[in-house]
Write a protein that binds this ligand. Sequence first.
Ligand SMILES: *Cc1c(COP(=O)(O)O)cnc(C)c1O
Length: 385
Amino acid sequence: MSRCTKAYIYKENLRNNILQIKSLLSENTKICLAVKADGYGHNAVLAAKIAQECGVSSLAIATVDEGIELRKNGIELQLLLLSLCTPGEMDELFEYNITPLVFSKEYINCINEAAKKIKLQNKFEVHLAIDTGMGRIGCYPQEAGKQARLIEDSGNLHLGGMATHFALSDSLSSNAQKFTKQQYEAFCLAVENVKKEGINPGICSCANSAAILNNPEMHFDMIRAGIIAYGYYPDEITRKYLKSKGKNILLKPVMSFETEVVAIRRFPKGKTVSYGCTWKTSKETDIAVLPVGYADGLLRRFSPGLLVTINGKKYPVVGRICMDQCMVDIGKDNPDVKLWDKVLIFGPEESGALTTADDLAKLGNTISYEVLTSLSKRVVRYIKE
Ligand SMILES: *Cc1c(COP(=O)(O)O)cnc(C)c1O
């Protein structure tokens, strides 16, 4: 039978979040849902199926393999490859109809040559990546016209869209918002450069979750939503902040991470717990053992500080988190915690969890994205209808 340490994906919450995103868009704005990293840890195929039902038009992936998995599971939406692949993977772009982000003469030539070899009936769609300040992939805005010309004159490729990515849109400081505006304006300039070459720029996109919520004037033809679809607000763009701006957007976490109490042991005063003997009982108490550890994605740095929910109350994880187990101080003779009771590590309100991935992120000095994508393969994901 199934292991008690597992994750549930609350399908209705994902649907809710996509519809909440939709409510912020004008009628013609398309939605691209980021399902990279296995749908931010939620199961990409499941997220893609719900996206398809909700009228999403594209899915964003990070690797060719992620695209192949989606295609093999019957997903027919456009797949936008956000990271670069290498020549060894290019044949699969055509075989599985994956739309790459491109820039640079070498990369464009290489994809064009690969396309030529397999003699496609139609020209193959690519999107041009522009680096407007992210400092990652893309060409500079002033090179956009030239690069678009390279694509259109390649013989086997055509320009289907343009994209850039914001580095600071989740911060509210005036400097940060100024930086985002400059990125946006640089992107507009790049689009204009392409038009001046007499080339249609296609579907242009720049807004990530933070900009979707906070910069509606930057939605362009398509938005690219990630973390908000999975129920988490991007950094400073909180529900409260949005409310103060007249936007009542309710995002619901989609995943719960759960386990069960597998032992309760009486510890005397002064007994240490776990590796390094970093924590010691200050009085006689009962310690619950949980079969979950850092190999499941419960990062070592979450302890001390991590609180788990058992029957509607929070209890502290004590001592170091081990690879496969951790310990919780439930207090002596606690009538509220029994052997094999359910333990929630994080999750939506509906799961009964009193903590979210954001709480864990704060503890681990990271962001909800990393907490969610850290859940390992060992944690089986189940669908909660
Ligand atoms: C991951 C990613 C997104 C989505 O980002 P969120 O902050 O999760 O909305 C959008 N665009 C690109 C290029 C990305 O890599």
